[in-house]
Design a protein around this ligand. Structure first.
Ligand code: FAD
Length: 156
């Protein structure tokens, strides 16, 4: 099967966009990710999938905790910055929540302690045990077919 076709098919599944944040040796690290899902209600567990070549892969193994910042429709630049897609980077101010660095303007935040990790092909699925959640009244940033998009309600 052609890799490009596989990526195009996976990219046709519209998602929100998150930035995963963590702290190792007093340094904050962030990475854009859309492979995020809710896994279990009791206990409260979520999953993220991180490529083995990403720096974040080792950072999560070291810190054993991470925050998932669900981006608002106004945070396209943050998504690009934490995906390494901007030539000139902005200094990001992080807030703190449940002992983790978070993006202040996110639509929602989920903080986690590392529950387990599962190597699957060239990615690792990190399962997080949820320690806190925060939610603002904002619209989400969406990603579909390689482009950023906003929610549009369909008329009934
Ligand atoms: P680095 O290359 O270390 O960091 C990424 C960028 O963030 C760098 O430009 C860095 O300067 C900046 N940055 C990091 N920390 C800070 C800080 N403290 N202050 C300011 N800037 C900082 N990859 C996956 O593995 N899983 C996914 O689910 C996934 N989903 C994606 C979804 C989208 C919409 C996009 C665009 C990309 C996605 N990626 C995903 C790819 C991933 O975001 C990139 O490959 C990323 O560059 C790899 O990150 P890294 O940990 O190697 O980070």
């Amino acid at each position: 099967m052609d890799d490009r076709l596989f990526r195009n098919v996976m990219g046709s599944f519209a998602t929100g966009v998150t930035v995963i944040t963590t702290e190792v040796a007093k340094e904050v690290h962030g990475m854009t990710a859309n492979a995020f899902m809710s896994v279990s209600l009791s206990p409260k567990l979520v999953a993220i999938s991180i490529g083995e070549k990403a720096n974040m892969h080792q950072f999560i193994k070291d810190s054993k905790q991470f925050a998932i910042n669900i981006l608002s429709s106004k945070q396209q630049n943050e998504s690009k910055q934490f995906a390494g897609q901007l030539h000139s980077q902005t200094e990001i101010m992080f807030a703190s929540y449940k002992g983790l660095p978070i993006l202040e303007d996110a639509l929602a935040v989920v903080t986690c302690e590392l529950h387990s990790e599962h190597v699957v092909g060239d990615h690792t699925i990190f399962i997080g045990h949820v320690t806190g959640v925060k939610l603002e009244q904002k619209d989400p940033l969406l990603f579909s077919q390689g482009k950023y998009r906003e929610i549009k309600e369909l008329s009934e």
